[in-house]
Design a protein around this ligand. Structure first.
Ligand code: ATP
Length: 361
């Protein structure tokens, strides 16, 4: 589903940043609308934290502009930018109680501060912990305190720098859902940095996938997963199968001498072009009945709870692995023995082709 077009409330325009001779950010353009939850997603070192720090005013860009609510904030110091921020390390004051930490930035009367702190602790589910100290809290609780502190002044913008990555999987999953629900409830525009694709897919309205200082694609989680614009995006988000293909003169797509159906919209190849076909593991179908076309051999079956991950090789192209996901309750699962051969179908409306570019991965 394409992202609904909403007016931009915040804009990065041509942001660049260099550290010595290293180009950390190259011409970043990104628009964010009010109330949107945007994830900056990418591998370590791609520049996402640098971009967040520039937005926070903790780092100065070399060129480019930053707009927020119609105001050019490119040179505004951090204190004038109206945001709350949560870092990966909880960054709480160890000598202050939860109440002291949450109320730290509130410049109001003691009575108002106490009321606001109690409201915030209710909001993040820590009502019973007001008098505790950070060392007496779990990692997840400390991050809730950090979140309450970031929200204390009701900022227009919430910045999150890998806020869940220090937590164990179960707490992370739980807090991720709570964070998303809270963000929706408050309607606070949020920018979160993460290298975790699952986190981005499950929390964001919009994902900006970054690679080597550039944004490769901006889209909804569905667009990023199903319609990746580059090979990098396809590989970084979820598992991607890649098969060499050629477009025949009659328009059909040829894989290892077999024609497969691929709707024109999914195919960027001109007749005669070679390219690479991309498909997700859930779009590889093992057919029970004999069928002409692609045949694959089962190499291995991995148990993954609700699904089986089937590692296949095409009989006519044995050097390339092909991964298929089969639901664990599919009767086919009981027949998936290593060495068995299966006719393979690809969900033609879901496959995409990329033209081979010399030097591309
Ligand atoms: N102050 C600095 N001085 C020199 N190089 C820096 C500095 N800050 C960041 N870099 C470099 O800029 C690049 C981008 O860093 P950044 O922290 O933005 O990446 P990231 O995508 O957030 O990665 P990670 O998830 O590992 O934090 C990295 O190669 C990093 O080494």
């Amino acid at each position: 589903m394409p992202a609904p077009q909403r007016p931009a409330w915040m804009r990065f325009e041509g942001i660049t940043k260099r550290f010595g001779t290293f180009q950390a950010l190259e011409g970043i353009d990104l628009s964010v609308s009010q109330g949107e939850f945007v994830c900056l997603l990418g591998p370590s070192g791609c520049g996402k934290t640098t971009l967040l720090r520039i937005l926070a005013g903790l780092e100065q860009q070399d060129s480019g502009q930053l707009w927020m609510g119609g105001r050019d904030i490119s040179r505004v110091p951090p204190a004038g930018r109206d945001y709350g921020i949560v870092f990966q390390s909880y960054a709480l004051f160890p000598n202050l109680s939860v109440t002291g930490n949450v109320g730290y930035g509130l410049r109001t009367s003691p009575a108002q501060r106490a009321r606001r702190v109690s409201e915030l602790l209710d909001l993040v589910g820590l009502a019973g912990c007001a008098d505790k100290y950070p060392a007496q809290l779990s990692g997840g609780q400390q991050q809730r305190v950090a979140l309450a502190r970031a929200l204390a002044t009701s900022p227009s913008l919430l910045l999150l720098d890998e806020p869940l990555s220090a937590l164990d999987a179960q707490v992370r999953d739980h807090l991720r859902r709570e964070l998303r629900a809270l963000q929706r409830k408050l309607g606070v525009t949020t920018v979160m940095v993460t290298h975790d694709q699952e986190e981005a897919l499950t929390t964001a309205d919009t994902i900006a996938v970054m690679n080597a200082g550039r944004i490769e694609q901006v889209g909804t989680p569905e667009e990023i997963y199903s319609l990746p614009r580059t090979r990098f995006v396809a590989d970084f988000v979820g598992h991607a199968n890649w098969l060499p293909v050629r477009r025949r003169a009659d328009g059909a797509i040829d894989i290892a001498g077999h024609a497969i159906d691929a709707p024109a919209a999914a195919c960027t190849l001109k007749p005669g072009d070679s390219g690479t076909l991309f498909c997700r593991p859930e779009d590889v179908v093992l057919q029970r009945l004999p069928a002409p076309g692609l045949l694959a051999r089962v190499e291995r079956v991995d148990f993954m709870g609700g699904i089986r991950r089937v590692v296949l090789t095409l009989c006519d192209l044995p050097s390339l692995p092909l991964i298929a996901h089969v639901m664990a309750n599919d009767p086919v699962c009981t027949l998936l023995h290593p060495g068995s051969r299966w006719p393979i179908g690809l969900r033609s409306e879901r496959v995409r082709c990329f033209v081979d570019v010399e030097g591309a991965a």
